[in-house]
Design a binder for this molecule. Structure first.
Ligand code: ADP
Ligand code: MG
Length: 291
């Protein structure tokens, strides 16, 4: 197969691993920067022009679209979809997953446990907003934050009020969420491929940090998920129509709670922590599903 990885950078661990495993299985793998694609839109003849040629020979794509290029990156994925090219995740699903509010609304409807969350178009009655999630401490997070940036722990009503005012002043929308203290700065990242969990790690934030993001200095180790955790991961992937994704889960006193679903999960942390060949799982998923 001719498989294209849509990525801005060939030298990233995830990109390199997908190239390696794809080539091992006899595929032609090419990395294409979505921002250098011209989308040509015409009656019944959608095409893509890249550098000096038309991309009319591609069998499947693996989108690795960064959060900062969601709009154009997803337009390229959609153009491939219009050309009947198989994609490991669809443009609609990527766009949906980038907005925490939109994802949460869907996930709650699908019956998946999550920290209680409230979204308000700036209520001055902070007391009321806080009472919806059980009072302080609360987590306040930007709708489109990543890597732990834009996630704040507000211990008091005054702190929560200041943070909400600051975000509001910057015209940034935010969610207010129940703080799950018993997670103790740790969370679970489950990698789902083809609807099944193929690897899972527990991430622990560095000393004194409630955010477990590896980008914030957290560490990771392999973990065996229990049945409830596996169910949350698989149901979340299904609800957001993401056959390949990273599902983040908090371990709470009332069971696993969904935190977020990442449509472009990094492979380095999870492969190193688990010793599993996730890149190969993604390639064989494409082989099984591309017709
Ligand atoms: P990002 O998209 O920036 O990674 P997350 O929602 O995943 O944002 O939050 C970052 C980290 O903060 C999580 O991995 C988790 O460790 C911690 N965290 C987020 N929300 C909560 C919460 N409601 N209770 C406890 N910890 C949380
Ligand atoms: Mg996260």
């Amino acid at each position: 197969m001719n498989i294209v990885i849509l990525s801005r950078n060939t030298n990233l661990y995830s990109t390199e691993r997908l190239i390696e495993e794809g080539e091992k299985r006899g595929h032609q793998i090419e990395v294409i920067d979505p921002l250098k694609c011209d989308l040509i839109i015409e009656k019944e003849k959608p095409t893509i022009f890249y550098k000096d040629r038309y991309l009319d020979y591609v069998d499947a794509i693996i989108p690795r679209i960064g959060a900062s290029v969601t709009f154009f990156g997803c337009a390229v994925v959609r153009q491939f979809e219009m050309m009947n090219v198989f994609t490991s995740v669809t443009s609609d699903a990527i766009i949906r997953s980038r907005d925490k509010l939109r994802s949460f609304q869907r996930l709650s409807k699908a019956g998946i446990g999550m920290p209680k969350t409230v979204f308000t178009n700036y209520s001055r009655d902070i007391e009321k907003v806080l009472s919806h999630v059980g009072g302080t401490p609360v987590i306040i997070k930007l709708l489109e934050g990543t890597q732990g940036l834009g996630v704040v722990l507000a211990e008091t009503k005054n702190a929560a009020e200041s943070v909400l005012e600051a975000f509001n002043g910057l015209q940034a929308r935010a969610l207010v969420q129940e703080f799950i203290a018993e997670a103790k700065g740790a969370d679970i990242r489950a990698l789902v491929v083809d609807g099944h969990v193929v690897g899972a790690m527990k991430r622990q934030g560095k000393e004194g940090e409630f955010r477990s993001n590896l980008h914030r200095g957290g560490s990771a180790e392999i973990i065996k998920l229990n049945e409830a955790e596996i169910k949350v991961a698989m149901n979340a992937a299904r609800a957001l129509k993401l056959p390949v994704c990273g599902v983040d889960i908090l371990q709470s006193a009332r069971g696993p709670l969904l935190l977020e679903v990442n449509s472009t999960p990094g492979l380095e942390g999870i492969e190193k922590a688990t010793g599993k060949n996730i890149a190969k799982s993604i390639i064989t998923y494409i082989e099984r599903n591309k017709h």
